[in-house]
Design a protein around this ligand. Structure first.
Ligand SMILES: *[C@@H]1O[C@H](CO)[C@@H](O)[C@H](O)[C@H]1NC(C)=O
Ligand SMILES: *[C@@H]1O[C@H](CO)[C@@H](O)[C@H](O)[C@H]1NC(C)=O
Ligand SMILES: *[C@@H]1O[C@H](CO)[C@@H](O)[C@H](O)[C@H]1NC(C)=O
Ligand SMILES: *[C@@H]1O[C@H](CO)[C@@H](O)[C@H](O)[C@H]1NC(C)=O
Ligand SMILES: *[C@@H]1O[C@H](CO)[C@@H](O)[C@H](O)[C@H]1NC(C)=O
Ligand SMILES: *[C@@H]1O[C@H](CO)[C@@H](O)[C@H](O)[C@H]1NC(C)=O
Ligand SMILES: *[C@@H]1O[C@H](CO)[C@@H](O)[C@H](O)[C@H]1NC(C)=O
Length: 617
């Protein structure tokens, strides 16, 4: 990309179009034409008829009847039956205030007994609604028109494949660490309501029979592993001798010095920059590995989820980056290891670990990783053997150039990996061939100027993971995750300094998960923003900010569900939002009174009033 002198100062160009979306899809496509075509043609149907929206009631107003700002991540509605009886029950209602770090809310859960819910565990679908209501004000104008209202957001998630867990009584825990901190402009309390809707009908044929959590299983703190060593985290698992299939679902996110792992600098080049710039080492490549009994079973090359405070917070308000409220998960078929796992004479383990590019350890502090093992059970003993285990080492190469006087530094990391594991599984007198394979490619180009205060990163992660059982595809994950980040901190260490970024990111994925119906996604996003700061050195605050974000989203699933969205924000307000497709009703556009075609006023902090809690409503 070109060095744009207007990087942080001008409103975003609106040159981004369907044409460039198509180009991205073509260049990076791992998806077959059959997978891509419905996404692209669905988008085309709607994008051509963009009309100007009339001027609406602005958000920034004294009028207390104006609804709170709706914060959202674009999401595809869950797949639920249209005509079946259902019941909705509240699972948890809790207020997370300051001090809620590492203090999750825990409530006991029992399967619903209401008649409309049907027989526990026999649901055709289960969806979960997470609604957050931040009753404070994060952003504030300095004009005579303070925002009187808070912010609210809802995500509805398809959790049908966790059906075996919902069928049992247990504790339900929600951790909300890392969100409420007035020093970071994240003031106010969060009211969280989680409810689940259970749909009657024939039990979902996709959900597994047994789910074994892969987590620390702590009863009082969040249930993920915090990983900062190369050893990762190991769980003992007991798999019934009659199990026939085993799939590992992984959730992973970089945190702290690993939050922006894709911008971390290879150690070989770290000393080209003064330490004051604060660049973080151990390189930008990360691989999450799944090991069964110590043997590598499969890997995850994750999509870079940028959280709401990430890189430049004003880029993401009120439209977050993809995955910020509902991170993608990944699958490894561990069925080829069933012959080992069903052996009751030995103990078995599953290990989750993260590999970076540094040495001892290869990653910084830290990654949050957890998962679940989804098993299918049978009525007879299973046996079999691993026929071939072809898992060569990762190919990875780092190169780069340092210009004279260290003025410009460029680095390049390329990686690839292919693996193939084949087993024979015998159950009930029948033999089954199981082949799990992965074919992945990665590259990361970075360029730095101004002692590392300005950085451009282009990252590409593409690949296919596939599993066939007796020739039938049970898992196919074809993905492209291009990411381009330009960040400029040149004026960061200045009184009234500022910083900003421009980010392009796509999430293009066709996923046949082993426990859900086929789902395909094509999301493209372009955001840009700048934050102004006060004092330096010493305690400083963000005092003002601008930001914009444009996203188009296409979703097509295996039960003819479609969902398309064309949405944009500028300076704290939605400038447009159009939704079409068969699932439109389940996740409609934001109300008209939230649309301000010219954008909002941006963020401005009133210096005279820093305590933002308890604003009149
Ligand atoms: C990133 O990609 C853009 C667009 O293709 C290109 O202009 C730019 O030079 C690339 N930047 C780096 C650091 O490779
Ligand atoms: C970084 O931002 C500053 C302030 O906006 C600007 O003067 C400078 O040209 C930018 N640097 C680059 C390389 O774009
Ligand atoms: C989700 O829950 C919230 C709060 O209970 C409710 O207002 C909203 O209508 C629900 N949304 C959906 C799609 O069920
Ligand atoms: C797992 O099993 C081993 C023995 O096989 C035991 O030493 C270890 O403590 C167990 N780990 C956990 C977390 O229970
Ligand atoms: C310039 O980079 C080299 C490594 O390429 C490093 O040894 C040197 O210390 C750097 N100079 C400065 C002033 O940072
Ligand atoms: C798995 O199936 C076997 C045989 O039908 C049964 O005895 C066992 O209880 C099942 N295991 C679980 C954890 O459901
Ligand atoms: C933020 O405030 C500073 C100091 O008043 C001003 O120079 C700058 O232009 C403002 N930036 C934005 C984005 O409003």
């Amino acid at each position: 990309m070109s060095i744009s002198p207007d990087l942080c100062l001008l409103p975003m160009r609106s040159s981004w179009s369907f044409g460039s979306l198509l180009a991205v899809a073509k260049v990076f496509a791992q998806l077959t034409q059959d997978e891509l075509a419905p996404l692209l043609s669905g988008l085309e149907d709607g994008l051509d008829h963009t009309q100007l929206l009339e001027k609406r009631v602005p958000l920034m107003t004294d009028d207390p009847t104006v609804a709170p700002l709706i914060d959202l991540q674009v999401w595809a509605p869950p797949v639920v039956p249209k005509h079946s009886l259902s019941c909705t029950v509240e699972l948890l209602k809790h207020t997370f205030g300051e001090g809620s770090y590492n203090t999750p809310a825990i409530v006991s859960y029992t399967p619903p007994t209401d008649e409309a819910c049907g027989v526990a565990g026999q649901w055709s679908a289960v969806s979960m609604n997470l609604t957050y209501d931040r009753l404070g004000v994060i952003w504030r104008t300095s004009s005579a028109e303070p925002t009187k209202t808070g912010t609210i957001w809802t995500t509805v998630k398809d959790v049908t494949h966790f059906l075996p867990l919902f069928a049992q009584a247990g504790d339900f825990m929600m951790d909300f660490s890392n969100i409420v901190d007035s020093g970071l402009l994240l003031d106010g309390a969060f009211d969280v309501i989680i409810s689940a809707t259970f749909y009657q009908g024939a039990r979902s044929p996709h959900a597994a029979d047994i789910i074994i959590p892969l987590s620390n299983l702590a009863s009082n703190v969040a249930n993920y592993f915090s990983i900062d060593s190369d050893a990762g985290a190991t769980v003992n698992v007991t798999v019934p001798e009659s199990a026939t299939e085993a799939y590992v679902e992984i959730v992973c996110s970089g945190n702290s010095a690993e939050e922006f792992w894709y911008t971390n600098t290879p150690d070989e080049f770290l000393n080209a920059f003064p330490s004051e710039t604060g660049l973080i080492g151990k390189g930008p490549f990360r691989e999450v590995q799944v090991l069964v009994d110590g043997q590598l079973a499969g890997v995850v090359w994750p999509f870079a989820v940028i959280y709401t405070g990430g890189i430049t917070p004003s880029n993401w308000r009120p439209l977050t980056s993809y995955g910020a409220y509902d991170a993608p998960t990944y699958w490894v078929d561990a069925t080829p290891f069933i012959p080992l796992l069903v052996d009751q004479s030995k103990a078995h383990t599953i290990t989750l670990l993260v590999r970076g590019q540094g040495s001892s350890p290869s990653i910084n502090y830290n990654w949050w990783v957890s998962g679940s093992l989804h098993l299918r059970n049978s009525t007879s003993k299973t046996s079999g053997s691993i026929l071939s285990y072809n898992v060569p080492d990762l190919n990875i190469k780092t190169t780069g150039l340092v210009s004279s006087g260290n003025e410009t530094v460029t680095t390049n990391v390329v990686a690839s990996r292919s693996l193939r594991i084949e087993s024979e599984i015998v159950n009930g007198g029948k033999k089954k061939r199981v082949v799990f394979s992965q074919d992945l490619k990665y590259s990361n180009d970075a360029r730095y100027v101004d002692e590392g205060w300005v950085q451009w990163v282009n990252q590409s992660t593409i690949g296919t993971s596939e599993s066939k059982h007796s020739g039938q595809t049970v898992l196919r994950d074809a993905f492209d995750y291009p990411l381009r980040v330009a960040s400029n901190y040149s004026l960061y260490t200045m009184q009234y300094g500022s910083y900003g970024s421009e980010i392009w990111q796509s999430y293009i994925r066709a996923l046949q998960s082993p426990t859900e119906i086929y789902k395909s996604y094509l999301l493209k996003e372009h955001s840009k923003g700048e934050i102004g700061m006060d004092a330096w050195p010493g305690l400083r605050h963000a005092i003002n900010g601008t930001g914009s974000n444009e996203q188009t989203f296409a979703y097509v699933d295996g039960s003819a569900g479609t969902y398309f969205r064309d949405i944009a924000t500028k300076n704290d307000a939605y400038t447009k939002d159009r939704v079409w497709g068969s699932l439109k009703g389940a996740n409609p556009p934001v109300p008209d009174n939230q649309i301000m075609p010219e954008g909002g006023p941006g963020f401005r902090k009133r210096e005279t009033r820093t305590a933002l809690r308890g604003c009149p409503n």
